[in-house]
Every structure is written in structure tokens, then in C-alpha cells.
Design a protein around this ligand. Sequence first.
Ligand SMILES: NC(=O)c1ccc[n+]([C@@H]2O[C@H](COP(=O)([O-])OP(=O)(O)OC[C@H]3O[C@@H](n4cnc5c(N)ncnc54)[C@H](O)[C@@H]3O)[C@@H](O)[C@H]2O)c1
Length: 303
Amino acid sequence: MFDSTKVAVLGAGLMGCGIAQVFASHKLSVFLFDPFESARETALSKITSGIKSTGGDISATQYVNVVSDIEAAVANADVIIEAVPEKLALKQEVFRQIQPFVKSTAIVTSNTSVIPIKDIFDGLDFQNQVVGTHWWNPPYLVPLVEVVESEKSSTNVIKNMMALLTFVGKKPVHVKKDVPGFVGNRMQHALWREAIALVNDGVCTAEDVDVVVKNSFGLRLPQLGPIENADLIGLDLTLDIHNVILQSLNADKSPSPVLQDQVAKNNLGVKTGQGFLSWNEHRIQKVRDDLNTYLLNVTQQRG
Ligand SMILES: NC(=O)c1ccc[n+]([C@@H]2O[C@H](COP(=O)([O-])OP(=O)(O)OC[C@H]3O[C@@H](n4cnc5c(N)ncnc54)[C@H](O)[C@@H]3O)[C@@H](O)[C@H]2O)c1
């Protein structure tokens, strides 16, 4: 059904290359656009090493055409996936630029992490053709893609995008309201807000926040979601717990002082060698390698 689907990916960075890899690995033709030569030059080698890391067939790169002409990328595309930097004005500009070339049957998507989809497509002609598709990094290992319905998204566009993502081996979830952060990032950042608040308030060290997560509920999460877990312990107990704890959980509407302070000191984490934790090359590489190995094992076990 999708064998002849042509996909355009706009932005050949971390996510764009990974997303292109997923479609190419299922033998779908991909046009990968980036305005920067440096990004275009490295795109195929990034995709090749992504494929190698999963033990896949690198001949899939034959399905990827890296292009410098945005019209050539989108004019025949059945699906257009934007993966440019997370800046609203830039995303709006890219969609204004392609508007004259988008087929009336094409599905048009943004891979924004948190920006509401309606803000990105505001004022454009093809609003019934748009959905958010929030992929997770690395796109070729993490199964979930959140398919975000915007106010004007047509039912068919949602249905067809979900079907295409299933065809290429992804686990799509229909997000029915266009809320910032969708489902996954809302939950993730609720946890990060509390984690950083615990450090800010001196309840435990930054190191110990991660020790607690990795040695307790974090172990269960891949197997037992929070809703299943609430049902399992009983909703009466969940209610009793919430009656006590919710009033003391952090509910700040702005970033924690300790986070703002670290950024003001240029303690940005691995980028500068110091964040909440101290980083050297060996530690950075080990964390990345261990994570990729873990994700590969988990996804291969699930099949
Ligand atoms: N990095 C992640 O973990 C992650 C996860 C999920 C979603 N996202 C989202 O995906 C999007 C891309 O993130 P990324 O991490 O791949 O960024 P990135 O910086 O690695 O890549 C962005 C690419 O876009 C290109 N670009 C810049 N201007 C462009 C333009 N006008 N037209 C086309 N391409 C242009 C850049 O040259 C670069 O290659 C962002 O919206 C981000 O929030 C990122």
C-alpha cells in the first residue's frame, strides 16, 4: 500500500537523518533537504553509521537522495516531514517557502518537540493536510511517534500517517489535542521539574536523584506504565497517596533557580563538561554507548 510513497525530509540533522533512515530501510524513496552544504555532505555517512549500529543493510542508503533544492524535495512528495531547529519563526518560514509546491494530497508534518502545531502552520493554505509527528531520538531505535492532531487536521490525514508509521515499524500514538509537549514530553518534564526541585531544595544530591530513579520505578517503567501501575496498586491507595503528596510536589510555572543559575555560569552539561554532574570524554562516550546498546537490546527483544 505504501511501497511507492515518496517522503521529503527537511533538515538533515540528528533527527532528519534518523527519520530518513527509517523510511529508506523500508525501501521508500526519501528526498532529504538541507540548505547547508556541511549537513548535506555528512548526511549519508550519518545514515550509514545509524544503519550499521542496528545491524541493518546499508544498501538502504540507495533510497536516500540528498538535495539542495527544496522545491525538488517537496514537489512530488506524498509526505513532508520538517526537522529543522526548534525555532518557531524558522519552521514557519520553511512552510511558507514550500507552500506553492505542496501537492494537495500530501501529508505535511512537523517534528517539533514542544511547539503547538497550530502555531507553526498558522495562516498557511494546507492546514487540513497537517499533523505533528513527534519522533524520539534516535528515530531508528525508539519506537514511539506521537501523531498530533491540530485543530484543522483531517481525519484521513491522521489515519494515513498512523498507517504509514506502522508500515515502517513505528509505534504511533494519536494525540487528540494540540497541547505543548504533547504526551511524552509533558510527562518527562513533569519528572524533570520535580528532579531539579529536589536538588534545588537540598533534599538529595543531583547524583542521587538518578540513583533513585534507576534503582526503583525506572526499572519498572518499560514494562509497567503509570496507569497500569495505579490500577495494580489500587486506585483507592493512589487517591490516598495523592491526597497527601500532591500539595507538596513542585508546581512552579518557571524554571528552577538552580537550573537558571547553572546556565548563567555556562554549566551546560556535556557541552561544557560541567552541569549538575561533571563530564569527561570517556564518561560521555560510555553513557551514549550504554544507552544505544540498551535501546537496541530492548527493541530487538520486543521484535
Ligand atoms: N534532538 C532530539 O533529541 C529531538 C527529539 C525529538 C524532536 N526533536 C526536534 O526535531 C527538530 C530537529 O532537531 P535536531 O536535533 O535534528 O536538530 P539539528 O540541529 O541536529 O538539525 C537541524 C537541521 O536543520 C537544518 N536547517 C537549518 N535551517 C534549515 C532550513 N531553513 N531548511 C531546512 N533545514 C534547515 C540544519 O542545517 C540542520 O542540519 C527540532 O524541532 C527538535 O526540537 C529533536
